[in-house]
Design a protein around this ligand. Structure first.
Ligand code: 5GP
Length: 126
């Protein structure tokens, strides 16, 4: 059920096409709820995207419309990918961009997972 006030989900977005197998990806992890793959334009030595399998365009959409099982499955997938990539001890960052001010390019909700070097603090101030 779409959440009111949010744009409709565009099923031609790149991540929807990756989920359907129409575009290849370098897969890191997949289960019933989530797919994780390397970003095509990495911003850190490790830059992985984790996406829920359902058609959600934003965190507001996902958090309101996904089932408890989907939310738990996606959240566990993010944690599993971080553990499997051995990022817990050196540390890492998770980030999700939303909408134009958030710099979101692909309108399928996703989490970026960055690691492999010190990442500095937070976001640019400018
Ligand atoms: P956003 O700005 O929406 O948070 O991030 C979208 C990310 O998707 C960007 O970091 C971009 O490099 C990545 N991306 C865009 N197209 C593709 C693609 O076809 N394959 C992969 N693996 N990543 C992509």
């Amino acid at each position: 059920m779409p959440v009111s006030g949010l744009p409709p989900y565009d099923d031609q977005n790149i991540f929807a096409r990756i989920l359907r197998g129409e575009i290849p990806c370098r897969k890191v992890f997949e289960d019933e709820w989530a797919l994780a793959f390397h970003d095509i334009n990495p911003q850190a030595p490790i830059h992985v995207l984790v996406i829920p399998k359902g058609p959600y365009c934003s965190f507001a959409d996902f958090s309101a419309a996904a089932s408890a099982e989907e939310i738990a499955g996606f959240t566990r997938a993010v944690g599993k990918v971080a553990r499997d990539l051995e990022l817990e001890s050196p540390g890492y960052r998770i980030l999700a961009n939303m909408g134009s001010h958030g710099g979101q390019e692909v309108p399928h909700f996703h989490v970026h997972l960055f690691g492999g070097r010190p990442l500095g603090r937070m976001v640019p101030t400018a």
